[in-house]
Structure formats: C-alpha cells, structure tokens
Design a binder for this molecule. Structure first.
Ligand code: ACK
Length: 331
C-alpha cells in the first residue's frame, strides 16, 4: 500500500558520499530520462577547486511512496558498496535528506545515452526508416552467413562520423560481461539487465547501469504490471517468471537477451509474443531464433544463456572468455 512520503523520515547517513546542495547544479531543462517515479537530470558537481564535472542526477518525483523512497535508498547503499569498475556506472555522491531536491543519487554522466537508443539510431541510419522489426539489415558477422543485403562490413553512423563495425558489437558484449562478472563476484544480482540499462560513454566504452534494484519504468511498454510491481518479462529467466527466483544465473539469461538486442541493433525481443504468454512459451521449449546475419557461434552462446536449468548456464566469467574467443577469431 502506498503511504504518503510526508510520513517517512529517512535516515541521514553522513558519510563521504553525502553531497551538500550547494555543490550540485541541476540542469532543470535537460531531462535525460523520465519514468514512473523518478527523473534523471543532467547536472554538474562543483569540486573544491571550483571546477565542474558533468553528472547525471537521479531523483524521485514529489509523490513517491514510502516503499519507493526505501527502494531508492537501497539502490544508493548498493551502489556505495559496489564501488567503481570501468564497466559499471559509478556513484559520485548522494543526498539522503528529504530536501527540496532530495533524496537523490548522482552518477557519472554517460554522454551517448543508452546503448539501446544508440544502436537503434545506427539501425535507422542503415535502414532509412524506423521499424518494429529489426531482424534484417544487420551486417554483423557477415562473412560466415546468409547476408541478405550487400552492406559493407562497417556500419557508418552518419552525422557523428563514427564507424561501428562487427568487432565493436562484440566489444560491447565483452564490456557488459566484464561489468557483470565484477557485480556477480560481489553477489549483487542486477534483476534488470537489458540494453536500455547499458549506457554509452565516449570512445565506445559501455557501462551497466541501474543495478540497485530500484528500477524505474522509463519504457513503460516493456514492463508488465503484476501484483508486486512492474516486471521486464521478456528479459526474465524461466525461474524468475515461474518462481520469482533471481540469481546471478537469471542475470545470465538476461545477458543472452542483451546479446540478441546487440546483434539486431536494438530489436524488440519476442516481438510477436504477448508478455502474458511468455512463461508457457518458454516452458514449451521455444527460444528466439538465430537473427539473420548473426554467427552461429554467437547464437550458440545465447542459447546456453537460455538453458532451462540455471546451473547449466555459463557464468559471466565463462561468457567473457567465450566472447573474447570470438573477438580473437574475428581478427
Ligand atoms: O537512452 P537515453 O537517452 O539514456 O535514455 C535513458 C534515460 O536516461 C533513462 O534511463 C538516460 N540516462 C540515465 N542515466 C544516465 C547517465 N548516467 N548518463 C547519461 N544518460 C543517462 C538514458
């Protein structure tokens, strides 16, 4: 039940992460993302030497429930305990006071936004127009399979002058596996690993974000409302759908869907299947097909991630090694 937040007085943890409000400059005009109970703003942090660094500031909306505030505080605590890793979006500071801004969370700014929107932009450049189904026109891993189109092996992102090639796609997959290997080593389960939660920085560096459970529903159409909140059904492992079990091995299942999203340049998984039918369809043994232009080797990795039995799926360490092997053989 939603209790109004005015009755909730959060604990103020005065540690080195606590920021003072005069250190923070929120760019009120620049909203990076807006979800059901939170907003992500672009902002700046003023350092002691008066320099300013770009940051992303995640804050709750005014009408949040106690449950939402508690979840948010939980996310902050998880981020504090995780520390920094090159492939995880790291915490810069926070404010747990209920001020006119607080509580809020300050994380590093990833200039290119989510990898999902980035790859969809690449796809649109290629195809000339948006489409719900992005199975085709993905010229990755083109040597060893049935290419329908004669694209060159490089993808050009016009306007930005960035060239993206098949190696880059594998490199994204590797970087995500590295971040997840670290997170799983700390026994933190992500629960919402999906391309929309992978952010991109300069130099084709990608980082896993939103690992504190307080997921917000920035893309309403992919989360299905259930008794316990909204769930990203099409990224969820069988045991998460059937028994609400979330483990590192269910994150591995989601990683398999992420691989599929990368290869299809931001395709919609199980596009023709209703979220309500997902459990029975997966139980019947159905899995997504090999996307056109995806190598059989990479598809075999996805299929291992989607094994019924959680313990038979690879670990993130195994996945990192498998992707590295593909990267080497592609050279
Ligand atoms: O694809 P986007 O523009 O990039 O839309 C999402 C949106 O907010 C909801 O998550 C953007 N976003 C979130 N965190 C950050 C961040 N740390 N740096 C840059 N953009 C971010 C994301």
């Amino acid at each position: 039940p939603n209790t109004p937040s005015e009755y909730y007085i959060p604990e103020i943890i005065n540690d080195e992460w606590q920021l003072k409000s005069n250190q923070i400059i929120v760019d009120g005009d620049e909203i990076l993302g807006e979800g059901a109970f939170g907003v992500v703003h672009k902002g700046y942090i003023r350092m002691v030497d008066e320099t300013e660094i770009e940051v992303a500031i995640k804050m709750l909306k005014g009408n949040s429930s106690v449950e939402e505030i508690k979840q948010f505080e939980h996310e902050i605590e998880i981020m504090k305990s995780v520390g920094s890793h090159p492939h995880l979006v790291s915490l810069i500071g926070c404010c747990t006071k209920m001020g006119h801004l607080g509580p809020f969370l300050v994380v590093e700014y990833c200039a290119k936004g989510s990898l999902l929107s980035y790859l969809r932009a690449v796809w649109e450049q290629l195809a000339g127009q948006p489409s719900e189904s992005r199975y085709i026109n993905t010229p990755c891993f083109a040597e060893n399979n049935h290419t329908e189109n004669n694209f060159s092996n490089k993808l050009y992102l016009l306007g930005d002058d960035i060239i993206l090639d098949p190696q880059d796609l594998l490199s994204f997959a590797r970087q995500i596996a590295l971040g997840m290997e670290y997170l799983s080593g700390l026994r933190v389960v992500h629960r919402d690993l999906a391309l929309r939660n992978v952010l991109m920085c300069e130099n084709k560096i990608v980082k896993v974000a939103d690992f504190g459970l307080s997921r917000d529903v920035y893309q309403d159409n992919v989360y299905l409302k259930t008794g316990t909140g909204k769930l990203p059904i099409k990224w969820m492992a069988l045991e998460s759908l059937s028994h609400q079990q979330y483990t590192t091995q269910s994150d591995v299942w989601s990683y398999g869907v992420v691989l599929w999203e990368i290869v299809t340049l931001g395709g919609n998984p199980y596009a023709t299947i209703s979220p309500r039918d997902m459990l029975s369809i997966l139980r019947s043994g159905y899995r997504m097909e090999c996307p056109k232009n995806c190598s059989l080797e990479l598809y075999a990795i996805m299929r291992q991630c989607w094994r019924d039995s959680a313990k038979e799926r690879p670990t993130f360490h195994d996945l990192k090694l498998m992707i590295e092997e593909l990267l080497e053989s592609d050279n």
